[in-house]
Write a protein that binds this ligand. Sequence first.
Ligand code: GTP
Ligand code: OAA
Ligand code: MN
Length: 686
Amino acid sequence: MVYANWLPRLFVTDDDLARDKRSHPVSISVEISSPTDHAELAAWVREIAELTKPDRVEWCDGSEVEWTRLTNLLVEQGTFKRLAKRINSFYAASDPSDVARVEDRTFICSERREDAGPTNNWIDPGEMRETFAELFDGCMRGRTMYVVPFCMGPLGGNISQLGVEITDSPYVVVSMRIMTRMGTEALRLIEERGAARQAGGSEGRASEGLSKRDHEYGAARQAGGSEGRASDGLSKRDHEHGAARKARGERHSDGQGDFVKAVHSVGAPLEPGQADVPWPCNQTKYISHFPETREIWSYGSGYGGNALLGKKCYALRIASVMARDEGWLAEHMLILKLTPPKGEARYVAAAFPSACGKTNLAMLRPTIPGWKVETIGDDIAWMRFGPDGRLYAINPEAGFFGVAPGTGETTNANAVATLWGNSIFTNVALTDDGDVWWEGLTDEPPAHLTDWKGRSWTPESGEPAAHPNARFTTPAAQCPTIAPEWQDPAGVPISAILFGGRRATAVPLVTESLSWQHGIFLGANVASEKTAAAEGRVGELRRDPFAMLPFCGYNMGDYFGHWIEIGQSADPAKLPRIYYVNWFRKDASGRFVWPGFGENSRVLKWIVERLNGEADAVASPIGNLPARLDTDGLDLSEQDLELLLSVDPEVWREEAALIPGHFETFGDHMPKELWDEYHALVKRLA
Ligand SMILES: Nc1nc2c(ncn2[C@@H]2O[C@H](COP(=O)(O)OP(=O)(O)OP(=O)(O)O)[C@@H](O)[C@H]2O)c(=O)[nH]1
Ligand SMILES: O=C([O-])CC(=O)C(=O)O
Ligand SMILES: [Mn+2]
């Protein structure tokens, strides 16, 4: 099945709404028969309703009428302000305490603490369930419980996955409608999967598609093992994989594996007669994941990354575990299509930490003549080997949840053009004539605004008008550079993978890895200055391996091992080449040396020419650097270019000295291969 581009009909009539009202009586009792014949799904929904005790239960169909009814409701409740200047678009201001992902309240509740690893917060799953039994008891009182079936990835696609989010937040429902394929069609796919499972015995449809690849992957791993590489670590992992696969099979056989279960509550029950607030939430927050049972439970926050559970919680934390067990990759990566003036198009994936430039690179407007960039995804990539042995990627999302500040005509004109309508803006500022504004949208701020906290604002106010993590939620289909194949269920073949972060010092503009394994070493060492995308101190340098630190659902040492195994199971000639980029180098005065944004196309050009064997590189201790970069027409001094494209061995000996401390964190989960890479680096630096 090919998914048609989602573009809403913009005008829902009063008749439509009246018809809708008849089919959605004000109170739907929990007892009422659910619109699904998937017994386990119906039973689970009833179980959650009995626990959370909402006034109403509503199954979401994803229709335009439903969107209109819920956005009207959100306007009535004061959560949304309808924008006079943008069709079918809304402004929301969160509670000032609920503006970003809460990493210290995010938990991986694996059976064994070791499986969560040293970089995740862990709570024993039994203990967590006890806490939730109390917290969720009656937590939806006075509210409607929405049941949101959704599909991550093109509907019916082989790489796609299904889920159901239960939530008491209509803001979440309408956001999920932009960010995922949500509603009746996703529900039908869950039912089909259930029916296939019952017809086909214990295994079911989902596992059938995987079994061949699973098998091949397992064989490759064994071959790798017999060569004696860290074979004890490998066999341990193998054993665990086997157990996880078995558990998955068992879940499939009882219908629990047909979809991922996600429960969300803002944690703000209403007593009879109690007035609601525009942004209900709770001081107590838990964003918890149960990797073995593929469940997500989120409490207390309404903010994107904490509440839109298809995104980080499913598509990264839970999916990374599924990917480990099934031999694929779930990554915090944009996907773009790059077409040179002559020659074939290439697909590139890139992992940068939150608020480090993924959306911008995915929508880049090249400044070099004849080059074209198109967008496949801006935040998450799921990758599997195709029948030809190449790595294929899909964007599991259907929308962009992008950082607003810094997004403007000069930096990301394509994002600005995407936002013409059908969008939600959270924690931006409001203009007096009913539009939105944020720092960087225009060079000059308007003379007067209402800031994200609802206060009157002028340029003299001395504080930003938008929160630094203000976000837009907008349909990917509206992006002017969206690639025609962005919804191809088979995905696109990846030629290069980029890693990067914000580094004011040391790290050159672009470095080419020496091999897949060396590329993994580069990815494992990603370090970046912290941004406003998560609670905490902005600017502090932290390790963020593969830009997955807050998103890996299992032991990150095992995750590195999984990447190595993926490489060992593949034909080396067909693997993507790995690069490391840094747009954020600063000079002594604190100025960004590289102009960035559209000029990053010059770096992409070098990478494509390397893939084609057309560009030269010079060896350095940390990898290959461009022998020459196309800087025609760029206002960049010799000195600046030298700074961007060189490696200072003295500085890098200091950098290298920090690696053992980082690697030791992972103890015996750290693959031996990455230690080998470290020793090789030290030797090259000597
Ligand atoms: N100096 C400089 N800043 C950039 C560049 N690309 C992006 N930025 C800025 O970095 C911030 C975040 O960029 P995004 O593209 O939204 O980051 P992201 O990685 O998609 O963020 P998440 O959605 O949190 O995952 C914005 O303020 C951008 O203006 C660049 O090439 N150079
Ligand atoms: O998840 C979020 O809240 C936004 C996001 O993309 C990120 O932080 O990487
Ligand atoms: Mn992100």
